[in-house]
Write a protein that binds this ligand. Structure first.
Ligand code: SF4
Length: 349
């Protein structure tokens, strides 16, 4: 049996039952694809279920506020995905009268949708012949054929696209795409592939040549930059202060305590000499009641070193217009970055 036939036969006999596989509704497939990017399947499944319960239709999602969507997304990271999802839902409602677009190009033009997601939705929901290529697919194709072109170069990507199109089942592209991805996720895994039970093991080049651990090839590495966050956890009677992050930085739209970012790690004694500190407290001497370092927070391109500094201020104190004064007990109503959420859970729950 050839690659495609073996794969589909295996998939039809043996695959995980996941909620988005029970449907061909493009809205649900789109939601699942966006939620599952860079997310473990168990965590992604919980979020997917919460999303479809809160927003059973595209119109429900489009009609929600951005804060509501971000709150539901909280903890999943890569918040631009949630904002793009919300933006695209509104766009579909306004431009397509709420009907999910049914051509590859129209799907690709939605905000936050790249070639992989567009191919997945087009093939699974509309049976259009587009090969979806994610990390799992690169791994399976690279090992099965022995192709060692780097998957993170333009040339390498082009070669893998040709290969993927070559193997694509033109009649059942949706099933085919799900089958390759499933094989990569559960059998041809990065560290310990289960070659013994793989439907492709009689003609897999990497298995034959003992090159499994070398494939796929990747040449680049993302350099992680360090950032140093000092959050001011202020108690002013029964209130605290927060603000919403803006601009093109991480966590746009999420809430956090007043933040002083420094270029290196500095002590609290140095921090209180910082200009931002004196601008913020302008003439007042806040009482520092303690501070806490939390574990380094890793994002794909950043390492964030964080300290929360606890401060007491008189009840009547107000910070500049930049900060919202909110009841401490209400803080969990706001969508906050995972890093802040962990701290809040330890401190208040
Ligand atoms: S035989 Fe092993 S290396 Fe080859 S595709 Fe199957 S699981 Fe991957």
């Amino acid at each position: 049996m050839d690659f495609t036939t073996s794969l589909i036969k295996w998939y039809e006999n043996d695959h995980r039952l996941l909620p988005w596989r029970e449907t061909s509704d493009p809205y649900f497939i789109w939601l699942s694809e966006v939620i599952l990017q860079q997310t473990r399947i168990d965590q992604g499944t919980n979020y997917y279920i919460r999303f479809i319960e809160h927003f059973p239709t595209l119109k429900d999602l489009a009609s929600a506020s951005e804060d509501e969507v971000l709150k539901l997304w909280q903890g999943l990271g890569y918040y631009s995905r949630a904002r793009n999802l919300h933006f695209a839902a509104k766009f579909i409602l306004n431009s397509y009268n709420g009907q999910f677009p049914d051509t590859y190009d129209a799907i690709l033009s939605l905000k936050g949708v790249g070639e992989y997601t567009a191919s997945a939705i087009a093939s699974i929901a509309f049976n259009l012949p587009y090969a979806a290529i994610d990390g799992n697919v690169y791994r399976v194709l690279s090992r099965f054929t022995g192709l060692d072109a780097p998957i993170d170069t333009g040339e390498g990507k082009k070669m893998f696209r040709e290969l993927a199109n070559h193997f694509l089942d033109q009649k059942n592209p949706g099933i085919y795409n799900q089958a390759v991805m499933e094989l990569g996720a559960v059998v041809c895994t990065p560290q310990s592939p289960d070659c013994k039970n793989c439907p492709l093991n009689d003609s897999c080049v990497a298995l034959r040549d003992k090159t499994i651990s070398m494939l796929p090839v990747k040449i680049g590495r993302t350099v992680q930059r360090n950032r140093y966050f000092n959050y001011l956890d202020i108690t002013s009677g029964s209130h605290t202060f927060i603000h919403q992050r803006k601009g093109g930085d991480i966590w746009h739209g999420l809430f956090e305590f007043p933040l002083i970012e420094t270029v290196a790690e500095i002590g609290v004694d140095e921090l209180i000499l910082n200009k931002e500190w004196s601008d913020l407290f302008d003439g007042i001497k806040p009482v520092i009641t303690g501070w806490e370092r939390v574990p380094v927070h890793l994002l794909s391109h950043l390492k964030i070193y964080t300290r929360f500094i606890r401060i007491d201020l008189p009840e009547e104190f107000d910070l500049s217009e930049k900060y919202r004064k909110v009841l401490k007990k209400d803080i969990f109503k706001f969508a906050v970055p995972r890093l802040v959420e962990r701290y809040l859970i330890n401190r208040y729950e």
